[in-house]
Design a protein around this ligand. Structure first.
Ligand code: FAD
Ligand code: NAP
Length: 535
């Protein structure tokens, strides 16, 4: 009999978990507290309790070809970075294509998940739900927690002495919807994450003046990279990831700083990170530097104190007549439906094996999906998590001993702090390609370059030097997709298609490109041999 799996939440993580359950022949039931799919990407004018809330203008900061699920490329004509409404369209066609809606119980909130009371060591779970005021319970063989982590606002009022005297308006970025009503105001935005930067830029077009207060600074990247391609197509290649892993740290640090300052000098703009060698999540914002050049936004240091109408900063400068403060200070998370002993959250840190499995369960039948912040897109990341988890539930993959898992968690946390620092915003941060490969290895879906070099060298070159997209994990192993190779080779076409809105005469191809392919092939052989020596 097929194992029954409860999936909590129908956002990105929940949808892909449903698909993976179906692919593995499991029997899923998804509980979604709201009336629709999409999670945080479904914009609403009002803020809802228990669900993430976005502003009307949110556009993805990871590109469509790096954000689609591995056997379902986004439509050719979709733009490369998607407005939230467009991404919702993708979720809808994805759900329809794989017939996922029939598994979802909408307007059903999960109240509790407890070990099956009659057989606590069976690995089964009693899930209590509430729908239209009516409580129900059912027993499941496994649970996938997909409830998101951008729901509870982190609003550190204690770090802002004088806030109680402040006479203007203040709120968390979660409350921000659009710039209407802020015309002519003097606005202070706290934080330099992606929310702070987006909101500051948008408000600066209507406000009298916007200030952005940063305590540690940030690297700001454009969505547009080399030759006009999306940044993540260029940044997330296996070759670059390999270089970051094998080169001495000082060289990597130097290279990173050079790369980040290519677009503009962060020191000149007052944005240079305090610890510039951390790999903290960059801000993706095409307009922020120009708004700074126009003087529409001014960068300030950490707020030392607030008065009734003004803000005093760490460097003793003062800005008077502040009307509004936006706390774009990130999020904390919790799992109100789980007992603390199952998944304990402390200072936004969580002890999960590979960010997924609580290590101390008798049976590995509970998993968290999407409780992570990869340096690349979360979509392929949660897909690989769900592919692995469903195979663990099915008994096709197994986890190591509790001690091994605990040791891995400690080691990973150390590395994470070393790479990304200890800020609250970085507690779920991970490398991208390395983490994807690690998960793919668990299910036998990591492509073998040695083999490909001999059998399909053209593909090997693409895989090594091209963008590390999700299709790469459908070339081999369980869930192999016949269209994967073609999707890799037609990627450029889908990137360029939405830009081809004006007919131009085709330009002739140059012989240099053939030479580059040969050189690329040579380099991949060298890189492969080089790697062999290291393992
Ligand atoms: P959510 O989208 O939050 O979905 C969780 C779902 O669970 C919701 O539908 C909620 O109603 C439901 N739920 C919660 N509790 C319960 C319960 N007790 N019972 C039943 N249902 C419940 N990542 C990227 O890779 N690229 C981007 O461009 C990007 N942009 C972002 C922009 C913003 C503004 C933010 C905040 C994040 C962004 N992220 C991005 C990261 C983001 O976390 C992911 O894109 C993704 O949406 C997370 O999906 P999720 O399904 O894990 O969580
Ligand atoms: P975030 O990334 O956690 O950033 C929070 C910011 O607040 C950081 O700059 C942090 O500074 C600052 N901060 C926190 N506590 C503070 C304090 N006590 N005093 C002063 N500053 C403080 O939160 P976010 O920007 O809301 O982003 C959340 C996630 O959503 C991220 O993954 C982000 O990429 C994503 N997102 C994406 C988009 C998009 O795609 N367009 C838009 C918005 C958000 P420190 O760095 O110094 O800790």
């Amino acid at each position: 009999m097929a194992k029954k799996v409860a999936v909590i939440g129908a956002g990105v993580s929940g949808l892909i978990s449903l698909k993976c359950c179906v692919d593995e022949g499991l029997e899923p039931t998804c509980f979604e507290r709201t009336e629709d799919i999409g999670g945080l990407w479904r914009f609403k004018e009002n803020v809802e309790d228990g669900r993430a809330s976005i502003y009307q203008s949110v556009i993805t900061n990871t590109s469509k070809e790096m954000s689609c699920f591995s056997d379902f490329p986004m439509p050719e004509d979709f733009p490369n970075f998607l407005h939230n409404s467009k991404l919702m369209k993708y979720f809808r066609i994805f759900a329809e294509n794989f017939d996922l809606l029939k598994y979802i119980q909408f307007q059903t909130i999960v109240l509790s998940v407890k070990k099956c009371p009659d057989f606590p060591s069976s690995g089964q779970w009693k899930v209590v739900t509430q729908s239209h005021g009516k409580e129900q319970s059912a027993i499941f063989d496994a649970v996938m927690v997909c409830s998101g982590h951008h729901i509870i606002p982190h609003i550190p009022l204690k770090s802002f002495p004088g806030i109680e005297k402040f006479k203007g308006q203040y709120f968390h970025s979660r409350q921000y919807k659009h710039p209407d009503g802020f015309e002519g105001k003097r606005i202070l935005v706290i934080g330099t994450g992606n929310s702070a930067s987006d909101i500051a830029v948008e408000l600066s077009k209507k406000a009298a003046q916007v200030f952005i207060s940063t305590r540690h600074g940030a690297w700001v990247l454009s969505r547009i990279s080399e030759d006009g391609y999306p940044w993540d197509q260029v940044f997330h290649t296996r070759f670059k990831s390999m270089l970051r892993n094998i080169l001495p740290r000082t060289v990597v640090k130097w290279m990173m700083q050079e790369q980040m300052n290519k677009w503009f000098n962060h020191e000149n703009y007052g944005l240079e990170p305090q610890n510039k060698y951390l790999m903290k999540e960059p801000v993706l914002n095409d307009d922020l530097p120009s708004r700074l050049l126009y003087g529409a936004i001014k960068v300030k240091s950490r707020v030392k104190e607030l008065t009734e109408t003004s803000a005093i900063f760490e460097d003793e400068t003062v800005e008077e007549d502040i009307d509004v403060i936006v706390f774009a200070t990130g999020y904390t998370f919790s799992f109100p439906f789980l007992e603390e002993s199952l998944v304990k959250v402390e200072n936004n840190m969580i002890s999960l094996y590979k960010y997924i499995f609580p290590p101390h369960l008798e049976k590995s039948t509970l998993a968290c999906i999407g409780l992570i912040q990869p340096l690349g897109s979360i979509f392929p990341t949660v897909e690989l998590q769900a592919r692995w988890v469903t195979r663990v539930f099915k008994g096709l993959c197994s986890l190591p001993s509790e001690d091994t898992m605990l040791a891995d968690i400690i080691e990973r946390t150390k590395k994470k702090i070393d790479l990304f620092g200890e800020s609250l915003s970085q507690t779920l941060q991970t490398n991208y390609v390395d983490y994807l490969d690690e998960l793919a290895l668990e299910i036998g879906a990591k492509p073998s370059f040695g083999f490909l070099l001999l059998t399909d060298p053209q593909l090997a070159v693409k895989l090594y030097f091209g963008p590390c997209n999700s299709y790469q994990y459908r070339l081999v192993g369980p869930g192999k997709w016949e269209g994967a190779r073609d999707a890799i080779f037609t990627q450029k076409q889908r990137i360029l298609k939405p830009l081809k809105t004006r007919t131009l005469k085709p330009s002739s191809s140059s012989p240099v490109s053939s030479l580059l392919t040969i050189l690329g092939l040579f380099a991949v052989v060298v890189a492969f041999l080089f790697q062999l020596q290291w393992f």
